[in-house]
Each structure stands twice: as structure tokens, then as C-alpha cells.
Design a protein around this ligand. Structure first.
Ligand code: IPE
Ligand code: IPE
Ligand code: MG
Ligand code: MG
Length: 336
């Protein structure tokens, strides 16, 4: 798996010299991670196990565990503990995807049919629960109560984010609501990935807090880019249905940018997208008028903030810190 650089965003790349390749550095760690989550994901039911393994083997960018691995290196944490927490983070993410796809009515994930397309809805929910439980067990393996608490708090935030999104379907959210949604859905887990890595490390509280803030900023940017890619990328590239957000009545930053640029009121916008033939036209317009691009620009600001936070916290940047900055930029310079 490699992280591609979107040709469209290439010109806007940061001037930050990307001297190191984070992916190469932690390739071995990521292989150990896949083995670990694979072995923690057996329900002892042939059909279910095959379906779950398909999602796990289907890949995924492994961005969140990559954050944990690199923060672990930057803070001199024990690898065994970091591996458990990284596996926990990725499994928690996978569990949320199983439930999210059901809620979002999505038919494809990581290039394969979603679980609820293959098995009854009730069993899909229970399989997601099983993955959550296994993720909790992995978090506990690091034998650190604070990490377990981070895990529990994060799950609360994710559920709050998803519920807030469900409650604001077919509504134009304020920027405040949008930020709360993307924090809960996505940034909380990136924050936890970085925070737990540094809790397990050998650093002072101010560095732990800075790591958390770094993860949070990356997470916000990551979800904004996900929302933009929903408009500008394709189902084939994403391995999940493109254009699905607006079809599900979920109004994200590119749509907000579009309304602002075209001076469309929330009421007009909602009335328009509720008409199926006009909805497809609006999706096209958001892509064609550059509104999705404007969202990419906003995401870059979050990453620049993340970079500053990291360099302030780690006064003498080690290769691991440089890799983290590199990783932060690849959270936005992507097309899937
Ligand atoms: C998808 O996350 C869900 C979001 C929070 C946007 P990723 O884009 O990291 O999904 P995978 O793990 O690479 O499949
Ligand atoms: C996913 O957000 C957030 C969680 C899984 C909690 P999205 O709904 O935007 O993710 P995709 O686009 O389906 O991957
Ligand atoms: Mg979804
Ligand atoms: Mg999405």
C-alpha cells in the first residue's frame, strides 16, 4: 500500500521539506500490526470470520496506528505496549466502520462489499460490538489505566459525533456543529492515537498534551479531506461509494463553501438537494466550481497548526518527529 499524492493538490504542497518517508520507516511495525489485529479478530464463526478478515486484509491506510507508532518512537515508549495500543486503535477504527457503513447505507468499503451487504443487519451490529470489545482488550494489554480511560472517552466522542451527524441530516450545519461532528467522528480517534502513544512514552505532561493536540489537528484535517474526496474522487479510487454524503443528507464543508460562494441560502440548498435529479447536479457543481478545493485549503491550515505544535513540543526534532510532520501532510495530500 502506498499513499498516492493527488495530482490536483500537488501544486499546493507545503514548502516543508519532506525529507523522510514515514511509511518506509514503520513498514515492519505495520506488518506486525496486521498480524496482531488478524489474530484478535476471530469470532469462531466461519462466515463471519471470513467477512471480518476480508475488511482487515482489504487494507486501509493504517493512518491512525502509524501516528501511534511514530509518537511511540518520538517519546521512547516500549514497542510491545505501542503495538498493543496501535492494534487497539486500528481495530476500534474498523469497528466504527462496520457500524458507520450500516448507518450511512454504504455498499462498499476498502474495495469489498460492506458487512451488512453480506450478513443480516443484527449480526452486523453484533460483529461491530465484538470488534469494539477486542479493541478494548488490546488497549488494556498496555497495562496503563490512563490509556484505557482514553480509549473509553474516545468511544464516547465517536458515538456523540455520529449521533450529532445523524441528528443534523438534511440540515445545513453551522461551522461550530460541523467541527463538533468531525471532531467526534474522526479527530477524537487521531487524538487518542497520539495521546496514548505519548502516555506510554518517557515525556513530561506538556509534551503529552501537545501530542494530543497534534493528533486532533490531523484528525480534523483528515475528515475535511475525506469530505472533499467524497465529491472529487471516484468510488473506484476510494474503495467506498463517492458522492454518498450529500445523497444521505449529510452536508459537509465543500457544500458549505459552495453555498457561500454561490450565495445560496440554507433553505434553498436543502430544497434543491431533496430533489433527486437536482441533487446529482449539485454534486457536480460542488466539484466543478472548486468548492471542494477550498475545503482542501482549509485542511492545510489545520496541518500547518499541527506542525507548529509538534516543533514547539519537541525542541530538538528527531527523525521520528520529522516523520510525524511528513505523515501529517500525507493525511491531506491524498486522493483516497
Ligand atoms: C475512513 O477512514 C473513515 C473516516 C474517518 C474518514 P480511512 O480513510 O482512514 O479508512 P481506511 O482505514 O483507510 O480504510
Ligand atoms: C466515518 O465518517 C466516521 C466513523 C467511522 C466514525 P464517514 O462516514 O465520512 O466515513 P466514510 O466516508 O464512510 O469512510
Ligand atoms: Mg460513512
Ligand atoms: Mg466520508
Amino acid at each position: 500500500m502506498t499513499l498516492a499524492t493527488s495530482p490536483v493538490v500537488e501544486q499546493k504542497r507545503s514548502t516543508t521539506p519532506l525529507k523522510f518517508s514515514w511509511l518506509e520507516t514503520i513498514q515492519g511495525d505495520l506488518e506486525k500490526l496486521t498480524q496482531k489485529i488478524r489474530s484478535a479478530s476471530f469470532l469462531e464463526d466461519q462466515l463471519l470470520d471470513a467477512a471480518v478478515q476480508m475488511i482487515i486484509e482489504g487494507g486501509g491506510k493504517r493512518m491512525r496506528p502509524a501516528v501511534t507508532f511514530l509518537v511511540g518512537r518520538a517519546t521512547n515508549a516500549s514497542f510491545e505496549n505501542i503495538l498493543s495500543v496501535a492494534a487497539s486503535v486500528e481495530l476500534l477504527h474498523t469497528a466504527t466502520l462496520v457500524h458507520d457503513d450500516l448507518v450511512d447505507n454504504a455498499n462498499e468499503r476498502r474495495g469489498v462489499p460492506t458487512l451488512h451487504q453480506q450478513i443480516p443487519l443484527g449480526i452486523t451490529v453484533l460483529t461491530g460490538d465484538f470488534l469494539f470489545a477486542q479493541a478494548a482488550a488490546l488497549a488494556a494489554e498496555a497495562d496503563n489505566v490512563r490509556v484505557v480511560k482514553v480509549f473509553a472517552d474516545t468511544l464516547v466522542s465517536i458515538v456523540q459525533g455520529e449521533i450529532l451527524q445523524a441528528k443534523t441530516r438534511w440540515q445545513v450545519p453551522s461551522m461550530d456543529i460541523y467541527e463538533r461532528r468531525i471532531y467526534g467522528k474522526t479527530a477524537a480517534l487521531f487524538e487518542a492515537a497520539a495521546l496514548s502513544g505519548s502516555i506510554l512514552g518517557d515525556v513530561e505532561e506538556d509534551v503529552i498534551q501537545a501530542s494530543a493536540a497534534f493528533g486532533r489537528e490531523i484528525g480534523l484535517a483528515f475528515q475535511i479531506v475525506d469530505d472533499a474526496l467524497d465529491f472529487v474522487s471516484s468510488t473506484e479510487k476510494l474503495g467506498k461509494p463517492a458522492g454518498n454524503d450529500l445523497r444521505q443528507g449529510i452536508i459537509t464543508l465543500p457544500a458549505l463553501k459552495y453555498m457561500e460562494a454561490q450565495e445560496i441560502t440554507p433553505k434553498e440548498f436543502i430544497e434543491t438537494i431533496k430533489q433527486p435529479e437536482l441533487l446529482e447536479h449539485v454534486i457536480n457543481e460542488i466539484r466543478e466550481t472548486g468548492a471542494a478545493r477550498l475545503a482542501f485549503d482549509d485542511a492545510r491550515l489545520y496541518i500547518q497548526r499541527a506542525e507548529k505544535i509538534l516543533y514547539t513540543a519537541f525542541q530538538t526534532p528527531t527523525p521520528a518527529v520529522e516523520h510525524l510532520v511528513n505523515l501529517a501532510y500525507s493525511a491531506i495530500d491524498r486522493d483516497f
